[in-house]
Design a protein around this ligand. Structure first.
Ligand code: HPA
Ligand code: MG
Length: 185
C-alpha cells in the first residue's frame, strides 16, 4: 500500500519506498562482499516485522542463501522491551558451523536482539551477524554490534515496511509517523 491508501493516518513519511528499495540494493551488494567465498549463508528473519525486509533483501541478493524464521517475545511491560526473551517459534535449521545473518526490521532498545545473537552463537554457528533496515540510535540500551544498517531514525514510533501499530500498517511501502488521531481513536 501507498501512503495515500491509508487516508490521513500517516502524518509524515520519513523513508520513502524508493529510498528503501535503493538502500536494500546497496545493502545486498555489501552482503555479497561480506560473504564472498562462503557457501552456506542462512538468513534468519525475526517475525513478524522483518518479513518485508527479509523478502526484498533476499530477492536482491546474488548469492545463494537459505532462509528460516524465528518469533520471539519479550516478557514484561507491553510496549518497552525488557530483554527477557521467550522463543515463540524456533529455527527449523541446525546452525552449527553455519554463517547466520539475523535480518531485522528495526533495532530499538537492542535488548531482544542482543539476546538473540548470543542465543544463536551458543548453538555453535560459525558466525552470527545482524542486518537491519532501521535503527533508533537514541533508544539503544545495550551495546550492539550491527553489521549493516539501512537508516538511522529518531526515537519516535514508526510504522510501515513491516512495522505495525496494533498489527496495522505492516504493508505500507514506506516508513512514517502516525497521525495523533490514530492513537486517540
Ligand atoms: N514501531 C513499531 N514497532 C516497533 C518500533 C516502532 O517504532 N520499534 C520497535 N518495534
Ligand atoms: Mg523486528
Amino acid at each position: 500500500m501507498n501512503v495515500s491508501d491509508y487516508g490521513e493516518d500517516i502524518a509524515e513519511v520519513l523513508v520513502s519506498a524508493e529510498d528503501i528499495d535503493s538502500r536494500l540494493e546497496e545493502m545486498a551488494r555489501e552482503l555479497e562482499v561480506m560473504y564472498e567465498g562462503r557457501e552456506d549463508l542462512l538468513l534468519v528473519g525475526v517475525l513478524r516485522g522483518a518479513a518485508m525486509v527479509m523478502s526484498n533483501l533476499a530477492l536482491k541478493l546474488r548469492i545463494p542463501v537459505t532462509m528460516d524464521w524465528m518469533a520471539v517475545s519479550s516478557y514484561g511491560m507491553s510496549t518497552k522491551s525488557s530483554g527477557v526473551v521467550r522463543i515463540l517459534k524456533d529455527l527449523d535449521t541446525d546452525i552449527a558451523g553455519r554463517d547466520v545473518l539475523i535480518v531485522e526490521d528495526i533495532i530499538d532498545s537492542g535488548l531482544t536482539l542482543a539476546w538473540l545473537k548470543a542465543n544463536l552463537e551458543s548453538r555453535g554457528a560459525r558466525s552470527v551477524r545482524i542486518v537491519a533496515l532501521l535503527r533508533k540510535p537514541d533508544a539503544l540500551k545495550v551495546p550492539l554490534d550491527v553489521d549493516i544498517v539501512g537508516f538511522d531514525l529518531p526515537d519516535e514510533f514508526l510504522v510501515g515496511y513491516g512495522l505495525d501499530y496494533a498489527e496495522k500498517y505492516r504493508n505500507l511501502n514506506c516508513v512514517g509517523l502516525l497521525s495523533p488521531h490514530v492513537y486517540s481513536e
